[in-house]
Ligand binder design. Structure first.
Ligand code: 4AD
Ligand code: MG
Length: 471
């Protein structure tokens, strides 16, 4: 409407009241229909409307307004609607409506997540979320990838981390038992123990070994008890999987993909990004200069301008071991030997302090990575790759896959995964095996970066975290 309607045309607009101000003669209503961060200014000359009606125009009320689109006399908007007819579709009692035209804390809005869409900030975040989802499909479609729907219910633990939510129809109080006193899952709905998936990768591999290039994009579930600003129990993951790609092709794709998405946000979401940037600066204005984060648009552009720094885990451990932060005991988890798993404090040190750009770490110790990764000739490391981003830490995890049947079975034995239970997965290595690779992008972590929001609970409509499944 703001973009397409012509001046002096009769228009009809529907939306929710953001604010109302004015005087005895005239009343200005800021109306928003959710399509953009910008409001439509509705001007109502009070003499044309019953006082009772205008009283019901309060923040949050739903209105339909018929009137004339005219050039705005005021500053702040090019056009406004001169109201001829106002209908209050739904009142919002100011005594009871929680979202008032003042600054609410993000915590308060999380408790009112059912209404937080009505705020400017969450309107912006969820419009950007949509744009990023669209851009992901667009990116892969344009490059010959096929969208694959991986199952959400599964009997296998793809990541082998044992963080799965059980899916069962057995009576929790008296489940059927086997002779040796274990729960008898043979009698469960699927005839075996099943859970919600932690990754669609294994199924993605099966499809890639026939369709060439595929990607999944769906909800993923992890019962890890991490109450951090970067973990959800239910999050969305994008998992491309490509036949005939080695680890280098995989890194090139990951870098190009992330840059494309960020460029797309800058090209298509600028109004919302500018709003989010201003809000962030407002929030941080009392902090010392060195503690403030980079301006959002600048930060997004800086990722586009620089190639990502690529180095091995071994090189990264050397950098960390010798770092001032490590020597001065600044790390909560000191880096004292090769083989330690890197924490987000280490990842962020590499990205924010040392290289000052996104980093792709490769060739991690096999011990700290999943069973399916391609074993390197050194017999210690695997062809893994993690992409690390400022403020976020790990945004992508991926690898080249072990294509050799014997090596894969040996590794599964070592980590205690019975090969018989995953015979279907191993068949891709039995028949027409070939090099292939893929990765997983945490969709909400991408959104944290693009929107500049600080808590992952604020970039998904209804967050699922330990002890929290409201709405
Ligand atoms: O590194 P992860 O565990 O990798 C996989 O699941 C592989 N199967 C991916 C693949 O190769 N196809 O997870 C991938 C990404 C992480 O880098 C992170 O961005 C995100 O998923 N992620 C989470 N995001 C939010 N909450 C959580 N609990 C997450 N766990 C992982
Ligand atoms: Mg990972």
């Amino acid at each position: 409407m703001l973009q397409t309607a012509r001046l002096d045309e009769a228009v009809e607009v529907s939306g929710w009241v953001k604010t109302k101000r004015g005087n005895k003669q005239v009343c200005f209503i800021a109306l928003n229909d959710g399509s953009t961060i910008h409001n439509m200014q509705v001007v109502a000359e009070t003499e044309h409307f019953p006082e009772e009606l205008l009283k019901r125009v309060t923040t949050g009320a739903a209105l339909r307004v018929k009137g004339l689109l005219v050039k705005s006399a005021g500053s702040g908007q090019a056009t406004e609607v001169q109201a001829r007819q106002i209908t209050v579709l739904g009142d919002a009692d100011p005594e009871k409506y929680p979202i008032q035209p003042k600054k609410h804390s993000l915590e308060f809005l999380r408790d009112n997540a059912h209404l937080r869409f009505r705020t400017n900030i969450f309107g912006a975040v969820f419009r950007v979320r949509h744009a990023m989802a669209f851009a992901i499909h667009d990116y892969f479609n344009a490059r010959g990838f096929f969208y694959l729907h991986a199952p959400l219910i599964t009997a296998s633990d793809a990541e082998g981390a044992g963080e799965m939510f059980r899916v069962t129809t057995l009576d929790p109080l008296s489940p059927p038992l086997t002779a040796d006193g274990q729960v008898d899952y043979k009698q469960d709905f699927f005839g075996k123990a099943t859970s919600l998936t932690v990754s669609g990768q294994l199924e993605g591999e099966l499809a890639a070994m026939a369709l060439g290039k595929v990607y999944t994009f769906g909800p993923t579930f992890r019962a890890e008890n991490s109450n951090t600003t970067r973990h959800l129990a239910e999050f969305w993951m994008v998992e491309p999987e490509m036949a005939f790609y080695d680890i280098r092709d995989n890194m090139d794709l990951a870098e190009d993909f992330l840059k494309h998405l960020i460029r797309y946000a800058l090209d298509h979401c600028m109004d919302d990004l500018l709003y989010l940037s201003r809000r962030l600066q407002e929030e941080e204005k009392d902090r010392k200069a060195e503690e403030r984060s980079a301006e959002l648009i600048e930060k997004l552009n800086s990722v586009l301008d620089n190639p990502f720094q690529r180095l091995t885990y071994t090189e990264a451990v050397d950098v960390l071991k010798c770092s001032k932060a490590n020597k001065n005991g600044k790390f909560q988890y000191p880096v004292d030997r090769w083989g330690v798993d890197l924490q987000s404090e280490h990842e962020r040190y590499l990205v924010e302090k040392h290289f000052k750009r996104p980093v792709i770490l490769t060739d991690y110790p096999a011990e700290i990575k999943a069973f399916y990764m391609k074993q390197n000739p050194d017999a210690k490391t695997v062809a893994a790759m993690d992409v690390l981003f400022p403020q976020i830490g790990e945004i992508i995890g991926g690898s080249q896959r072990e294509e050799n049947l014997d090596k894969l079975i040996r590794r599964m034995n070592e980590v205690g995964i019975p090969a018989e239970s995953m015979s279907w997965y191993l068949d891709t290595r039995r028949f027409g095996s070939a090099a292939h690779s893929g990765f997983g992008l945490g969709f909400e972590r991408l959104l944290l970066f693009v929107t500049g929001m600080g808590n992952i609970r604020d970039v998904i409509p209804f967050p699922r975290t330990p002890k929290n499944a409201e709405f």
